[in-house]
Design a protein around this ligand. Structure first.
Ligand code: 3PG
Length: 381
């Protein structure tokens, strides 16, 4: 694959696809993580005297419709501050052509406002391609999507290459998947087995021990015990059993349960073998925390995706907090990815203690599952 750093960009119009899909509260950016991680790419393009066009989506607007709440304007304002002194402008309408000078940055409005973006429309892809001489794909977090600005554009642009963030994300994940330092402990939480079944089987191929939490663990627990009202997927019990028979999966032995799902609900700790029909598991219990922590301590590599329980509720946060801290403070090389996981890392201020935090959610999981992504195959050609 061609890398942006090895290409002459002098006076060239470069279309850089980034993932600037950051969480917003009105106009306020809740986490600037993805923008900050894109800055080195923008700075490299500036250093190379390129004519810089930045593109990204934000949220999931109705196809072809402008939605003020999902405008990239707050991102533009943030970039302007961060790149103080740089000539940077914002374009709302750009499909019929734009003017961009060397060392100037143009941020395009949310590409998902364009009809045909998510359906990878040919005409739209051509329009993007007409805006530039070179396409640089650097949106790791959107690299699992086949859309006009992440994929289709490659078919019509003269030259395409990979950007530094996408490159480093892939390199780190590939290293772990191909040359892992054992013991590898994977920690998977979150709501549903059904959305992570492929991920679990891919991870089990490389992992020595897998620790489960959240609704995912409940489905596994339900193979052996009744889980009452707890979130679990009956239809996936058989698939879960096949995975469990690899003998690599460790399940919670106790849990924090509640009789109602609410932010003020009180927690009772109980063995998982003793959950009553009106109770639901909302977090792992103390015995499980102790158990999981001792396994994490022995790991050389850790892969983590998903919380251990409903960490949004203070009384059901303990399991996620303790496990997150033990991952952060252990000696192993730790990699974390996924939207909820990053929210947990930020909540407990562990950002600087995780060895590598991927900017990807779905892309992170899909790369682990398939060891590649569609756009990477495309860029290879
Ligand atoms: C993400 O947040 O995972 C990426 O930006 C992709 O967004 P999408 O799931 O809306 O395609």
């Amino acid at each position: 694959m061609l890398h942006m750093k090895n290409i002459n960009l002098e006076n060239k119009r470069v279309f850089i696809r980034l993932d600037l899909n950051v969480p917003l509260d009105g106009e306020k950016i809740i986490s600037s993580e993805r923008i900050d991680r894109a800055l080195p790419t923008i700075q490299l393009a500036l250093k190379k005297n390129a004519k810089i066009i930045l593109a990204s989506h934000l949220g999931r607007p109705k196809e072809g419709c402008y939605d003020k709440k999902l405008s990239l304007l707050p991102v533009f304002k943030y970039l302007k501050k961060k790149l103080y002194g740089t000539n940077i402008i914002f374009y709302k309408k750009y499909l019929e052509g734009i003017n961009v000078e060397s060392n100037q940055i143009v941020l395009l409005e949310n590409v998902r406002f364009n009809y045909g973006e998510i359906t990878n429309d040919i005409e739209l892809s051509k329009k993007y391609a007409n805006l530039c001489d070179i396409f640089i794909m650097d949106a790791f977090a959107t690299a699992h999507r086949i859309e006009a600005s992440t994929y289709g554009i490659c078919n019509f642009v003269k030259k395409s290459c990979i950007g530094p963030l996408l490159y480093s994300e892939i390199k780190i994940l590939k290293n772990i998947l191909n040359k892992p330092k054992h013991p590898i402990v994977t920690i998977v939480g979150g709501a549903k087995v059904s959305t992570k079944i492929k991920l679990l089987s891919s991870l089990l191929k490389i992992t020595d021990t897998m620790l489960l939490g959240g609704g995912i663990a409940n489905t596994f627990i339900s193979i052996f015990h009744s889980v009452g009202k707890s979130l679990h997927e009956k239809n996936f019990k058989n698939k879960a059993k096949i995975l469990f028979d690899t003998n690599k999966i460790i399940l919670p032995v106790d849990s924090r349960v509640s009789t109602s799902y609410s932010i003020n609900a009180t927690a009772t700790i109980k063995p998982v073998s003793n959950i009553l029909p009106h109770e639901e598991i909302l977090d792992i219990g103390n015995e499980t925390i102790k158990n999981y922590k001792s396994i994490i301590k022995q790991a050389n590599t850790i892969l983590w995706n998903g919380p251990m329980g409903v960490f949004e509720f203070p009384n059901f946060r303990r399991g996620t907090e303790e496990i997150a801290k033990s991952i952060a403070y252990c000696a192993a090389y730790s990699v974390a990815g996924g939207g909820d996981t990053i929210a947990v890392i930020n909540l407990f201020n562990l950002y600087n203690n995780i060895s590598y935090i991927s900017t990807g959610g779905g892309a992170f999981l899909e790369f682990i599952e398939n060891k590649t992504l569609p756009i990477l195959e495309k860029l290879k050609n």
